[in-house]
Design a protein around this ligand. Structure first.
Ligand code: NAP
Length: 249
């Protein structure tokens, strides 16, 4: 029997763990999940795991050659645009097939009061027009980019997995928590905070969607940051099953 085919899963997501679980243990396959190391105590996938950046697209291309990688699955978060761009460039340079797994974004339904914006900076800029004088904001955009909200005069409740770095809004309360979040818990959160606005990213998926349902039920407006576009020409699939099938082709 020849050497197993090495497949890399760029992860840090529920889908990355599901894909690694589906690939691990298959005959003739070695699966290595790659995590950024951004979270202090990450949920670990099945199979081998490596942690930390590669050193840009060039570093990743070198890694792919050194490990004789047969295929890469980019299952990173839809907002991890830097890693996705690096994966596209590195796989093209190294001649390694790349599949991008992107869960679909969220769609507004009846009763939703969503304001779509193109960036975290645009979300911060949109807030003053949506807030009363004593505004209260529930912010769930993650640890990155919070400096953009530092100049907004409002009380913020900031939810993130690990404590964010300063600068932060002058008036803020940290809610350190990790999804998935269920609907009852999100209802209780909104009833406790009573935000005038929820600010979040269009991450898609079910793990963090209940906050949108709770906001709809309470008539709370949502400022929703659109996801960055995928690099051109990169094949993308929506489900773990399709991603695994494409990778094994
Ligand atoms: P990013 O801005 O696109 O990436 C910044 C740098 O971090 C990359 O250039 C790369 O460093 C390193 N990196 C990112 N993902 C990596 C991975 N899976 N394996 C090895 N290195 C990785 O990414 P981010 O938005 O900071 O996200 C970091 C990680 O958190 C990702 O794995 C993502 O799936 C996960 N995550 C992100 C979000 C979010 O909202 N952005 C939410 C949930 C989970 P080098 O250039 O040195 O290779």
């Amino acid at each position: 029997m020849g050497a197993p085919r090495t497949l890399i899963v760029l992860g840090g997501t529920t889908e990355g763990r599901a894909a690694a679980a589906a690939l691990a243990g298959r005959p003739g396959v070695r699966v290595v999940s790659s995590l950024a190391g951004a979270v202090r105590a990450p949920s670990l996938p099945d199979g081998e795991v490596r942690v930390g950046g590669f050193g840009g697209a060039e570093g990743l291309a070198a890694y792919l050659c050194a490990e004789r990688v047969a295929g890469v699955l980019d299952a990173t978060h839809p907002f991890a645009a830097g890693m996705t761009a690096n994966a596209a460039a590195a796989c093209a340079a190294a001649g390694v097939p790349l599949v991008v797994l992107r869960r679909p974004g969220w769609t507004a339904g009846p009763g939703d009061r969503w304001h779509r914006v193109g960036s975290v900076a645009a979300a911060a800029a949109a807030l003053p027009a949506l807030l009363p004088g004593d505004g209260r904001v529930l912010l769930t955009t993650g640890r990155g980019g919070l400096a953009r909200f530092a100049g907004v005069d409002a009380a913020f409740w900031i939810r993130s997995v690990d404590p964010p770095d300063p600068p932060l809004p002058a008036r803020h309360t940290l809610l350190l928590d990790r999804g998935p979040f269920d609907l009852d818990a999100e209802r209780a959160l909104l009833d406790g905070v009573r935000p005038h606005v929820l600010v979040t990213k269009d991450s898609g998926g079910t793990a963090t969607a209940p906050k949108l349902t709770a906001a709809r039920e309470r008539g709370v407006p949502v400022v929703l940051v659109d996801r960055p576009p995928l690099p051109g020409g990169v094949p993308a699939v929506c489900t773990v099953d399709d991603a695994v099938a494409r990778l094994l082709e």
